[in-house]
Ligand binder design. Structure first.
Ligand code: FES
Length: 171
């Protein structure tokens, strides 16, 4: 069993660390350490547990796996499904595949940037929405399309964005 530490490598208390979350992540590390492809698997599960992968958590994982921090951060940076910032409760993905782009996908992105007040890749201040771009999401015949988590919205237009987001804001 590896030692659970909420201290950074310099020994100072790490702000925002949560002992219980780190204990869960250490269990994951113990489970996968030494196995092939363990780093990606551990990062996946750590993100599931913590919601995102801040630098202090990446350092913790690097130290527990006896590997350089640069190797861990390199993997986190390379794969778009890893996030180093807190994510919103809902992920809004606008399709910018060819069919959606041709049928106004760019206007949908601009409309969402305007309505959410964030840029692509950012999360709204209330923590509700993270805005992202997707490639084809399999609804080309009814483009432009977007997704909120697993729900696909087809033939979206800028005028309907407010009511779609409103439903999620209501919870
Ligand atoms: S290109 Fe957008 S759903 Fe296929």
């Amino acid at each position: 069993m590896s030692t659970i530490s909420t201290k950074d490598p310099q020994g100072s208390e790490c702000a925002g660390c949560n002992d219980e979350l780190y204990a869960q992540i250490d269990n994951v590390i113990d489970l996968y350490k030494g196995k092939e492809g363990s780093l990606i698997q551990i990062l996946h599960l750590a993100q599931e547990i913590n919601g995102f992968l801040p630098e202090e958590l990446q350092r913790h994982i690097a130290s527990a796996l006896d590997m350089p921090f640069s190797e861990v951060s390199g993997v986190v940076t390379f794969y778009s499904f890893f996030s180093t910032k807190p994510r919103g409760k809902y992920t809004v993905r606008v399709c910018m595949g060819t069919a959606c782009y041709v049928r106004g996908g760019k206007k949908i992105v601009e409309g969402l940037i305007d309505k959410l007040g964030v840029d692509i890749g950012e999360t709204t201040e209330d923590g509700l929405f993270t805005l992202e771009i997707a490639r084809c999401i399999g609804a080309c015949g009814l483009a432009p399309a977007m997704m909120i988590d697993d729900i696909v919205f087809k033939q979206v237009n800028v005028n309907t964005l407010g009511s779609i987001l409103g439903e999620y804001r209501k919870g």
